[in-house]
Design a protein around this ligand. Structure first.
Ligand SMILES: NC(=O)C1=CN([C@@H]2O[C@H](COP(=O)(O)OP(=O)(O)OC[C@H]3O[C@@H](n4cnc5c(N)ncnc54)[C@H](O)[C@@H]3O)[C@@H](O)[C@H]2O)C=CC1
Ligand SMILES: O=C(O)CCC(=O)C(=O)O
Length: 526
């Protein structure tokens, strides 16, 4: 067996592979074409963040069984293409947490004390003390967006410096935050009060450029920002303008929208401290992630149970035939819920009625959790780690089994309680093994769970559905199906629309303004 190592990883990991009888070829800084030409000879590939494993490479990897990421983010790997080809993608989710949290603190301290411009000035022959007077961290408010592994460590470190921590993470409960000593706040509150803001979430459709001109304007004058997560979460052009205008006092940036890069307008500003994606670059972290990913690769190549795969279910083969359509249905119900609830999730109850209830339903519940977390965690949540992620966030998960199904051979009902209310959905598998949603809260309907959907609770009165249609029409979005559920004439109702294209944020905002519409959620099930 042969492994191709495309980015520099610790020798300790390579030794693990070699000790398992695997031939290791280290070929760094290869172009996509070069990798396409050789990847057919390998069963496994290892990368860090630099090399992109594209669909072309995956398609050329005829013998590929596993792609290992020596680190957390798998956004440089086409996970969907790998999954389609049955290739396991695994990562090393924990080995570099401390390294990234410590780099964040380094940026924070360096920004507070203007270390970078002061050092440059001194080396350039200027002994300029008063120009480089800084601020203290003690007594300041730190806003942490994303309270996962790294965000939580940063919270602990910053508390040791006497900072007050405000946190925002839709997937973390008040209780978990309290245990971390973090006060959960809305984004608006953090923007209004924080002296320092640091981001620690994956790059998703939701987080991409989530800090841009509008958000920067809401921030306290003289705020300092740090991005050691993913390039693009803070809009680079908007940040540049906010620093030039004096609104933002400084920024520490480790990651860039385009990487690698040696050119950026931000590089010309002395208030900006930049590092070339060094979050995980400590000797310790590199040993940790290389060991973790190499052990995982050995497990995959030896056909053993994998621990940190981001794209495979763990269902016994004999149950797979029964479970397959329901695994897909329940993951979609989870994705639907994950995109339509308000507030942080505290409790999940899944009720299984019908023949399914005879089996161990753990994989199905796990599939629901995976779907529910997907909108925020993207590919870093998987069948192996979804229950662990729920536990980490203090979310209570329970299953109820009953033989009675009313009208369907199997009916799955998922109820999610959040800090802001409860949402319940029910679904089943109908013709051609397609998943259908049959109930949302108290409203009965029957809609195929796929593609692009809009969920809009509203008052049951004239002109509202017309208003929704007009907004979609103005955005050239075609409505494929529409279902309206109501219980009392003239009371509250819900509209579920299946549309033919993605709904841009602007259109969602306009839909929310239609008179009588109570809430609007865009659900992407593509
Ligand atoms: N600069 C570097 O070299 C490194 C960067 N990273 C990056 O740091 C980020 C965080 O990593 P971990 O803490 O290990 O991941 P994690 O998965 O433990 O935590 C991510 C957190 O972000 C939260 N989140 C998702 N969407 C959100 C939103 N819209 N608003 C607020 N919170 C949201 C999730 O609920 C989760 O708690 C990842 O993007 C990872 O790739 C990780 C290691 C090194
Ligand atoms: O491999 C690296 O150096 C980058 C680490 C990283 O960004 C991650 O683990 O998400």
């Amino acid at each position: 067996m042969r492994v191709l190592v495309c980015d520099k990883v610790s020798e300790k990991g390579i030794q693990i592979l070699q000790n398992a009888g695997i031939t290791v070829d280290v070929k760094l800084k290869q172009t996509e074409d070069e990798i396409v030409n050789i990847v057919g000879d390998y069963q496994a590939v290892i990368v860090r963040s630099e090399t992109k494993i594209t669909k072309r490479i995956i398609e050329a990897g005829n013998q590929l069984k596993v792609i290992g990421r020596a680190g957390v983010g798998v956004d440089n790997i086409d996970v969907e293409a790998a999954t389609m080809k049955g290739i396991v993608v695994c990562n090393a989710p924990e080995g570099n947490t401390i390294a990234a949290a410590e780099l964040t603190m380094s940026h924070m301290l360096a920004l507070a004390r203007k270390i970078y411009p002061a050092a440059n000035a001194l080396k350039g022959g200027q002994w300029a003390r008063s120009k480089y007077t800084g601020v203290e961290l003690k007594g300041k408010i730190l806003g942490i967006l994303g309270l996962g592994k790294i965000g939580s460590e940063v919270a602990k470190f910053a508390q040791a410096f006497g900072m007050t921590i405000y946190g925002y993470d839709p997937y973390v409960t008040e209780e978990r935050a309290k245990n971390l000593g973090v006060e959960i706040k809305s984004l608006e509150e953090i923007y209004a009060h924080a002296d320092f803001i640091t981001v620690h979430m994956p790059k998703t459709k939701e987080t991409y450029r989530m800090i841009s001109t509008e958000q920067l304007a809401m921030m306290k004058d003289g705020v300092r920002l740090i991005n050691c997560a993913r390039g693009g979460i803070i809009d680079e052009e908007a940040l540049y303008n906010a620093i030039v205008s004096g609104k933002v006092a400084g920024a520490g940036i480790d990651v860039f929208e385009k990487e690698p890069t040696t050119e950026s307008p931000l590089f010309g500003l002395e208030q900006v401290l930049v590092t070339p994606h060094l979050g995980a670059s400590t000797e310790e972290a590199q040993v940790n992630v290389a060991i973790d990913v190499s052990e995982e690769i050995v497990r995959v190549l030896h056909g053993e149970v994998v621990r940190a795969a981001v794209n495979i279910p763990s269902v016994k083969p004999e149950l797979m035939a029964i479970f397959a359509p329901y695994l897909d249905l329940i993951e979609r119900l989870g994705r639907f819920i994950g995109q339509t609830v308000n507030g942080s999730i505290e409790k999940v109850t899944i009720s299984y009625a019908g023949d399914l209830a005879k089996h161990n339903l753990n994989p199905l519940t796990t599939s629901f959790l995976k779907g529910m977390f997907k909108p925020s965690l993207q590919d870093s949540v998987n069948f192996v780690n979804a229950p662990h992620v729920a536990k980490q966030r203090g979310i209570k998960v329970s299953e109820i089994k009953t033989g009675d199904t009313e009208d369907y051979s199997n009916l799955i009902t998922a109820t999610v309680e959040t800090s802001k209310g409860t949402r319940s959905v029910a679904g089943t598998v109908l013709r051609r093994n397609r998943g259908h949603i049959l109930r949302v809260d108290d409203y009965n309907l029957n809609v195929e769970l796929e593609g692009h959907m809009i969920v809009a609770p509203h008052y049951d009165r004239p002109r509202i559905i017309g208003g929704i249609g007009t907004v979609l029409g103005e955005h050239e979005i075609n409505i494929a199906h529409m279902h309206v559920g109501r219980n009392v004439v003239g009371g509250e109702a819900i509209a579920i629309l299946s549309v033919d294209a993605a709904v841009p944020t602007e259109a969602v905002k306009e839909l929310a303004k239609v008179d009588g519409v109570l809430d609007v959620k865009y659900v992407d099930l593509t």
